[in-house]
Design a protein around this ligand. Sequence first.
Ligand code: ZN
Length: 118
Amino acid sequence: MKLEELGRAYHEKLDANRLPYLECDVCGHRFYYPRKLCPRCSSTSLQVRESDGRGKIFSLTRIQKKDGGKTTYGIVELDGFRIYCNILEKGKADLGKEVSMVFVELKGRKYPVAMVDA
Ligand SMILES: [Zn+2]
């Protein structure tokens, strides 16, 4: 699949609130967001797949804002790939805690965000 086709298939899934990832036909490597080449073996034979959106927090960083609010970012491990994203703390975020991916719209584009299960 060409990069343009990968990007289109990727955004169609995001727009439908489904989490896409890419999988290499040659080595089976899975990764997030469209790239022209597999980052492991440089193959251009890639497919867009769909995750069930269930994962666990691999790492996190909390940023305390001057206004008293806070923002949490982190790396979430899903079905054999990782994603760097915002983490919404419905429950308290911690390493290994289960999350579900939800989607927020910003300037007409959907972005995945991890929601900590309560
Ligand atoms: Zn590969």
